[in-house]
Design a protein around this ligand. Structure first.
Ligand SMILES: [Zn+2]
Ligand SMILES: [Zn+2]
Length: 251
């Protein structure tokens, strides 16, 4: 049981670390700079681990920022419901990916600064391959150790991003407190922030999207910001907290 839980937690945090530091704070907002190695991880490796296309993720996420909680938001509980966001984010991601593959301007112009294409897995309709591989690895792990819970923990952790994303996209725009009145429904949800390494501080993040740090109050804990420092130490990203984006200076 403990081994299975450890494996689940490791794969769960591996997934969200790749997404929150490389895809989100790095590629989508430029709050941290990716090193050559970090770029290689984001562009070529992370899709195999998370199942999520980096360019597609960045495009859908920027559309969310551009249209937060309006009718054009790709995933907002205002347009459907807490549960509905789970399906909306999946539908929107498919639409964004196919729009990028077909070079539709409404999508390509949102990620014109991302100098690589949709990963060949998605361009060739092989989006299911990483999940299939992780399922096989999970079964092999379960059989070789006679611990099927361990195999399940591995597969659950490796395929956890849609649930992590759903927690953030739904509760982070429906339940919680606001530090800033931004005219949208973004919220700071403490439980989601703890479970999804700071991503639950949606209200703070919509106020300061270019900041690598999603917490603003002393009692808010952004583990993702700690992970930025860890990945800086090991040469995956470069982060200099003194070089704050201009948008942070006035507040
Ligand atoms: Zn948001
Ligand atoms: Zn963002």
């Amino acid at each position: 049981m403990m081994t299975a839980l450890t494996v689940f937690l490791f794969t769960y945090f591996l997934n969200i670390t790749l997404i929150t530091v490389l895809y989100h704070r790095g590629l989508a907002h430029g709050a941290v700079k990716l090193t050559r190695f970090g770029r290689f991880l984001a562009k070529d490796v992370a899709v195999w681990l998370t199942g999520i296309d980096p360019k597609g993720w960045v495009c859908m996420h920027r559309l969310h920022h551009n249209h937060s909680d309006s009718a054009l938001d790709p995933h907002s509980p205002v347009n459907s419901s807490i549960v509905g966001v789970f399906f909306d984010q999946h539908r929107s991601f498919s639409r964004v990916l196919s729009g990028l593959i077909r070079k539709k301007k409404e999508f390509t112009e949102v990620v014109s600064d991302i100098d690589f294409d949709v990963h060949w897995l998605n361009a060739n309709k092989l989006w299911w391959l990483p999940l299939a591989l992780h399922s096989v690895i999970g079964v092999v792990l379960g059989m070789t150790t006679s611990n099927y819970l361990l195999g399940f923990g591995y597969v659950a952790g490796m395929s956890s991003h849609p649930v992590q994303g759903w927690l953030v996209n739904s509760f982070g725009h429906a339940k919680g407190y606001q530090n800033f009145d931004l005219g949208d429904h973004s919220r700071n949800n403490t439980l989601v922030a703890w479970a999804v390494v700071g991503e639950g501080y949606q209200n703070n993040h919509h106020k300061y999207p270019a900041s690598a740090k999603f917490s603003v109050k002393w009692y808010e804990v952004d583990v993702g910001y700690f992970l930025v420092h860890v990945l800086d130490l090991v040469g995956v990203v470069e982060y200099n907290p003194k070089l704050k984006p201009a948008s942070l200076e006035t507040n």
